[in-house]
Design a protein around this ligand. Sequence first.
Ligand SMILES: [Zn+2]
Length: 133
Amino acid sequence: MFKRSIIHSILFLKCPQCRQGEFLEASPYNFSKMNKVKERCPKCELKYSIEPSFYTGSMYVSYAVGIAFAVATYVLLLIFDYASNPLTIFISIVAVLAVSFPYIGAVSKSIWAHFFFKYNKSIAKKVRNDSRT
Ligand SMILES: [Zn+2]
């Protein structure tokens, strides 16, 4: 059931319409194809880009996701009692953001796409049945 949820689809970078096809050309950590969105979903043929530079707006999302990662890092430091020194906090947040920025960019594009494309139950069912045969 979780595999068909919108959270799974966003976090694992799946097609917003069928939630099964891959969304990116390659892994976010493949730097030569970094966060390149496929032209179409390999499963349901959904065109991922509805206009030129469609994914520029995902930059706003990536700002919010970056802040969320920074806050999560700070909360973890508080929980494990490492938040007494401001320099430790700063270095930890910078390190987390440096390591996770490819994934933040990818997940932001995924969230952006999920804003504009709706899940389609019948297409998802058809794609699932097609891949079984
Ligand atoms: Zn699809």
